[in-house]
Design a protein around this ligand. Sequence first.
Ligand code: UD1
Ligand code: CA
Length: 459
Amino acid sequence: MKCAIILAGGKGTRMKSEMPKVMCEVLFEPMLHYVIRAVKEAGCEKICVVTGYKHEIVEEYLEEGIETAYQNPQLGTGHAVMMAREFVEKHKDDEILILNGDGPMMTAETINNVYAYHMENNNSITLTSAIVDDTNGIGHIKRDENGTLMCIVEHKDADEEEKKINESNAGMYWFKGADLLYALSNITNENAQNEYYLTDSLEILINQGKNAGAFVCENSEVILGANDRKQLNTLNNIMRRNINDFHMVNGVDIPCTDGVMIGMDVKIGGSTTILPNTIILGNTVIGEGCTIGPNTYIKDGIIGNNVILDNVKLTDSEVEDCVDCGPFVQVRAGSKLCKGVHIGNFVEVKNSVVGAGTKSAHLTYIGDSDVGENVNFGCGTVTVNYDGKNKSRCKIGNHAFLGCNTNLIAPVEIGDYAFTAAGSTITDDVPENALAVARARQVNKDGWVTEKKPYKDMK
Ligand code: UD1
Ligand code: CA
């Protein structure tokens, strides 16, 4: 069985964040999200996350089924694994993956490539490395003149010669469980930072005559981590580029990638166009032939085919085929726009179902409502869903025609084919086929102005 320990206890002083470092975000998800995703995708059945600094934030974030170990104080990566000793003991006959929680670029593919190499060579420990340009702060992988692994020297402990070594330790290792236990019992803190370095396991196991190897990644991007905000920005840019490239290869049209940020889990159909300044996140699924953007934000949206979302903010909602939305529209959680709906400028829809073919062209609020098919919302229609205490629903039948500036005081029901006169405040149900007029009649007072002389300068 494959199991994994993810190190997530560090404070991340260099981030200058209120949050534990692993909760700092890349493409709007904590770095830890990507690490867990990769580990699961790689087939690790049991996962233990070592928490420490503000552990409750990390624990709350973790889904059920993931074990935790608590490290306090945080005395280094080796110490972090010592805190998960119980987990290691349970899995002493298994292969155990250990990886840093601040390396969101790691992929399941690389994890499994390293695993295959680890198994082929019957290694006790297999490191992951890559050749990097920026050697600042890395663990340098030291080899002898034949290229045989010797040890890992942390940058702070390295002498001038060692600092020139540009093979960097990725912070991702496969161990044989029993050998990891042995290493943990022998790691000391005699180094520049007085920390227990997990990286010392390499030398400890080599000295025991165990097999050790390093898998060198060709693509050094996968080993990147972030210790500060500038590195976080770099990771955002790289991941953003990779994801955009992935979609373009699959037939998504992104004529200009400026401001286009697409989350890792988003799915987009072919021949859809994404325009600038568009952020698409969460578990969003978008169909084919859509035009999304410019300036559109979607989180957890299910979007059909041939949909237009132009300057739209949409969260946790469903949009069926051929819907045309925008510009300047908000679709809030729990909404469903059925086939062919048209929503125009300055319209907000919240927690409502809008039936097929319905049109709301401008300046309307549709909240907590069940709207039928082919309804016409006049400009300025408001569903008055909140009386200061309770929220209530409006029901609007098929083919209803709501005159401009209709207020529907919920709970209220408009029958099929019913009309409301412009400017009506509807407090009672309207039967089907009826016209409701709920406003005072107009009175014209002839000569009122000449008589009253309401302006100062009138003679
Ligand atoms: C570590 C490696 C280094 C490697 C680099 C790759 C060690 C000693 N060094 O250095 O060789 O090149 O990663 O990015 O392992 N953590 C804890 N508890 C602690 C300390 C850290 O849980 O007491 C966690 C952190 O939250 C983080 C991870 O371990 O997720 C790595 O810690 P960090 O301090 O960033 O290590 P580096 O200095 O980057
Ligand atoms: Ca790090």
